[in-house]
Design a protein around this ligand. Sequence first.
Ligand SMILES: [Zn+2]
Length: 63
Amino acid sequence: MSAEQTDGRKMCELHAAGLMEQADHRCDDPKFVCGKCRRKANKAEYLHNPLALKKSAGDNFWS
Ligand SMILES: [Zn+2]
């Protein structure tokens, strides 16, 4: 599958399709999380229902 075909896809769709490599490029510095499937992404446009990640809380999010 070419990059052009994957560019228009949501993170959620890339994961669902098993395209983890393409998906990883879109979430190396996540600013948003999908309200539907909880995927993270750098840009809101990569998600179905983007919610902004709170940067101040982000550092402690996983602890
Ligand atoms: Zn989603």
